[in-house]
Every structure is written in structure tokens, then in C-alpha cells.
Design a protein around this ligand. Structure first.
Ligand SMILES: NC(=O)c1ccc[n+]([C@@H]2O[C@H](COP(=O)([O-])OP(=O)(O)OC[C@H]3O[C@@H](n4cnc5c(N)ncnc54)[C@H](O)[C@@H]3O)[C@@H](O)[C@H]2O)c1
Length: 418
């Protein structure tokens, strides 16, 4: 059985420095790690993980190793692996199958190598591990006790499986914890998406028409941060409530067909498919930049882009130029994959601190609970609140407590107008 496959083991010392830097900014996960390393609740437990192999994921893997687990890890996107971190994790004892720049076949080869370890629990980001386990590798299913899912798209896929009676073991939707999506999807994706766009292009955002497709938690963060950099933000939506919210947050809202004619930069963050299609691309201004921050590379329709182009060339790392048959040029970032992970380093450690604190505590919860039904579960409220408390503490922020009088008042119905 293959033990690991990474790009270059000589990158270990650089990876170690990255892990050290990330863990310094992940105080909540570090506290959890200290406790788990004493209690060893995951002794002899094999975890199979399909997560973006970043320095923050590295700190999570170190936490599991310290808790006694054996960890097999692959990347959850062909372009998001940080090769030095992958090398450092192998040296620390994890079985890592990940490198940056994989083909789709190589990507799924890595997913299957993780499943060769017959994990007791799975950690997924986008549900490719769970999908493979329920498809090609269903023989290993009875050995799995439970799992976690990190992102919106993965949770959507799992809910679809649950509805069809296809989901065979319990999975906790880490994405849906308040201490995950309110911070990671909003502030994490917001900041790191702009980071990815800037690293790939180094353009000035001030004065640009910046189109955000999808005003969900990620879209809100991206719009907020782009506005903060002086861009004029336009939002496209299909959900009337979210469109209204975007309007009252001060953004122009219009259909993509209209936004296509005025946008300088387009970012998709919908979790949906073919948001930007050829009829939109053909109307775009010369020089328009297209990026995606949603989970899969299907939001900008790349078949359409190739079909209407006469020429394609790479101009800078993560920046491909497409010359349309009419002559105008469009620029696609990071092959339409998550721009914040492919062209930058993903979310800052401080937000992953909360997301991965939820992951660590949910894995511990599954290890200690034997009666979970095979469905999508919410993160237990105590875990979510505990992560918020620990984070506030780590940020040296104190808050008030309810007085006895206030507790009584808030639970009474007798008192009204005085
Ligand atoms: N880049 C990252 O690091 C990162 C982090 C977290 C989540 N994600 C991914 O980003 C995507 C969005 O996540 P979210 O938490 O914001 O989801 P969300 O469900 O909160 O928001 C998605 C929004 O897109 C809208 N939408 C759907 N189809 C649309 C269309 N055709 N045109 C315009 N809008 C449309 C929906 O109405 C919704 O408001 C998911 O794929 C998620 O997995 C990426």
C-alpha cells in the first residue's frame, strides 16, 4: 500500500515554518490540541481527510496526530495544495497524497489512496471523499463511523444524498456552525479572494466595476471587502431576499446579462453552475477579469470561453488570456478554480482557527458518540458556543453576563409596558 505521495520532501523545513506561523495565529485550535494530546481520545483511530492542504489544515492534522489518530490526507482541489506543507506533514507521520497542479485523474487517485486506509471517520471539503466512498469504494462503507463536511457545496451534496436515502453514515455539517460560516465564508473568503485576485493581477481595485455573483456568505464578504478597496460593487442574485439585502447594503443589483456589459472584474461565489456563459462573455469589455471563489470550477463556463476564443496564452502565474473571435481579450484567473486558494494561500489562519476548532471538536464528538443516525447533523450548539467563547478569550475580549434580574425578565411573559 502506498504510504504517501507529495511533490518534494526537501521542502519540509519551509513547511515546518509555515505550520509554526499558522499555529501562532490559531490559539483556539492550539488549546484544543493541548487537551487532546493529554486525553488521546483518537488513539488507534484512522481519519481519512480530503481538505485543502494548506498550513492551517496542517495544524489541524498535527492536532489529530497529537490526539493519537493516524491520518491519511489528500487535497480537496487540484490547485490548492501547498507543497511544502504536504512535505512537512509526511515527516510528522501523516500519510499525505497531494501536490499542486494535479490532473483530475491524479486528484481522484489521491482520494482513493486515502480510502485504502479504511478510515473510521472522514473529513471532507466538497464531499468528493464521501462521493467516492459511496460509489466506487462502497465495500469500505460499513467500517465508517461518521464524518464531517467543511463547505456549503459539500453540505448541499450530502443533503441531496440524505434525501435520496443514499447517505450511509452520519456526517456533521461543520460549515453550518455559526462560528464557521459567519466568519470563514464571510471574512475569510472576502479577504482571501481579493488577495488571490491581487496576487494574480496586481491591478488597482479603486474605481473598478466589481461584479459579485451570488450574495451568500462568501459573496457578502467579497462585496464588502471590494467596496472597502474603492471598487464600485454590483451584485447578481437569483434569490429575492438576498438581492434585497444586497440592495440595502448599498450595492447595485442587476441580472448578469446587464452586469456583463459594465464589469471590469467578475467573481462568482454561488456554488451553482454556468453562472457566466458565452452570451455574457461576448458582451464583456476588453480586458475584463473572471475569477471564481465557489467550490467547483464550473461557475465560469470554460467550455464556452474556449469555444468563443481564437487564442489562449498564459500571461502570468494564475492568469490566462483568452482572445475572443471579435478581438477583445478576457482574463481567467486560476483556471476558474477557487481563486483564494489557487492564487493565494486560502483563508487567513485566524478564521481557520474557528472552522478547524469545530472540525477537531466534532471529530472528538463522533468518536465519543455511538448512536448517531446516518444523516446530516448540525454541529452541537455547545461546541459552536464553546468555540466562540474560546476565540473571544484568545482575542482578550470580555463580555457581560446576564444578571439574575435580567435572566428572570427575559424568561417572563407577565411584564409588559410600564
Ligand atoms: N473560496 C473558499 O475558500 C470558500 C469558502 C467557503 C465556501 N466556499 C464555496 O463558495 C460557494 C458559496 O458558498 P456560500 O456559503 O456563500 O453559499 P450560500 O448558499 O450562502 O450563497 C450562495 C448564493 O448564490 C446564489 N446563487 C445561486 N445561483 C445563482 C445564480 N445563478 N446567479 C446568482 N446567484 C446565484 C444563491 O441564491 C445564494 O444566495 C460554495 O460553493 C461554497 O462551498 C468557498
Amino acid at each position: 500500500m502506498e504510504k504517501f505521495k507529495v511533490k518534494d520532501l526537501t521542502l519540509t523545513s519551509s513547511g515546518d515554518l509555515q505550520l509554526e506561523w499558522a499555529s501562532k495565529h490559531m490559539p483556539v485550535l492550539t488549546q484544543i490540541k493541548e487537551r487532546l494530546s493529554e486525553e488521546k481520545p483518537l488513539k488507534d483511530t484512522t481519519l481519512g481527510a480530503c481538505l485543502h492542504v494548506t498550513k492551517e489544515t496542517g495544524v489541524l492534522v498535527e492536532t489529530f496526530l497529537a490526539a493519537g489518530a493516524k491520518v491519511a490526507l489528500c487535497g480537496s482541489n487540484p490547485l490548492s495544495t501547498q507543497d511544502d506543507v504536504a512535505a512537512a506533514l509526511v515527516k510528522k507521520g501523516a500519510n499525505v497524497f497531494a501536490w499542486r497542479g494535479q490532473t483530475t485523474d491524479e486528484y481522484y487517485w489521491c482520494v482513493e489512496r486515502v480510502l485504502d486506509f479504511t478510515p473510521l471517520m472522514t473529513l471532507d471539503d466538497g464531499a468528493d471523499l464521501v462521493g467516492t466512498l459511496h460509489g466506487k469504494r462502497k465495500k469500505s462503507l460499513p467500517k465508517v463511523k461518521g464524518g464531517t463536511e467543511e463547505t456549503t457545496t459539500g453540505v448541499l451534496r450530502l443533503r441531496a444524498m440524505e434525501e435520496k436515502g443514499a447517505l450511509k453514515y452520519p456526517i456533521i455539517a461543520v460549515n453550518d456552525a455559526y462560528t464557521k460560516y459567519l466568519f470563514d465564508n464571510r471574512y475569510g473568503t472576502g479577504q482571501s479572494t481579493l488577495d488571490g485576485i491581487l496576487r494574480a493581477t496586481n491591478i488597482l481595485l479603486a474605481g473598478k466595476n466589481f461584479v459579485v455573483c451570488g450574495y451568500g456568505w462568501c459573496g457578502k464578504g467579497i462585496a464588502m471587502r471590494a467596496q472597502g478597496m474603492g471598487a464600485s460593487v454590483v451584485v447578481t442574485e437569483v434569490n429575492p431576499l438576498r438581492a434585497l439585502e444586497a440592495t440595502m447594503d448599498g450595492f447595485r443589483v442587476m441580472p448578469i446579462a446587464e452586469a456583463a456589459t459594465i464589469g471590469d472584474i467578475f467573481v462568482t461565489a454561488t456554488g451553482d453552475t454556468s453562472i457566466i456563459r458565452k452570451e455574457h462573455m461576448q458582451k464583456m469589455r476588453d480586458g475584463a477579469i473572471l475569477a471564481n471563489s465557489g467550490h467547483f470550477n464550473v461557475e465560469v463556463n470554460q467550455k464556452d470561453l474556449a469555444q468563443i476564443s481564437s487564442k489562449q496564452r498564459n500571461v502570468r502565474p494564475n492568469l490566462d488570456e483568452y482572445t475572443l473571435k471579435g478581438g477583445q481579450k478576457l482574463y481567467l484567473l486560476a483556471e476558474g478554480r477557487l481563486v483564494n486558494l489557487a492564487a493565494a494561500e486560502g483563508h487567513p489562519s485566524e478564521v481557520m482557527d474557528m472552522s478547524f476548532a469545530n472540525q477537531a471538536l466534532c471529530v472528538e464528538y463522533i468518536a465519543k458518540n455511538d448512536r448517531m443516525e446516518p444523516k446530516v447533523h448540525q454541529v452541537p450548539k455547545e461546541i459552536d458556543e464553546n468555540v466562540a467563547k474560546l476565540k473571544l478569550g484568545a482575542m482578550h475580549i470580555k463580555i457581560d453576563e446576564l444578571t439574575k434580574e435580567q435572566k428572570k425578565y427575559l424568561s417572563a411573559w407577565e411584564l409588559g409596558t410600564t
